[in-house]
Design a binder for this molecule. Sequence first.
Ligand code: FES
Ligand code: FES
Length: 161
Amino acid sequence: MPFSISLTVNGVSRNVELDDPRVTLLDLLRERLDLPGTKKGCDRGQCGACTVLVDGRRVNSCLALALSHDGAEITTIEGVAQGDELHPVQAAFIAHDAFQCGFCTPGQIMSAIGLINEGQAGDDPERIREAMSGNLCRCAAYVGIVDAVIEAQKRLADAGR
Ligand code: FES
Ligand code: FES
């Protein structure tokens, strides 16, 4: 028997029928909702490539069952820019060369947005590294990532966001 769930994804209501209650939020986004920006790295909660925001909080979507998120508000990397205007975190990642291959970048950016929203980013690089430690980067772009988080946080604060 299929299971029906309703989600708001990037501001749009989506109703989905699931044939299998074990479908993860990650697979739902990528395979059913045509949102491949969220990456599948380890698929076991160890790399952070699949990070999305669920009701504003950072979540590894590979560990989240879609079925248990009925009614949730999901934000993916596809939903953070406003039209042609990049989100300040996206812009800061570009300004600071905070990526090389780019595979981890959507997850890094979502985690950074979540961290800043949580109000716990601060400007201490060690603290930011710790708070982003669930997001691995095989290209070791960590210095740029931390710089980008600090700058984006400042830009958002200056803009009152
Ligand atoms: Fe989810 Fe690695 S793909 S943590
Ligand atoms: Fe390549 Fe992070 S930029 S894994």
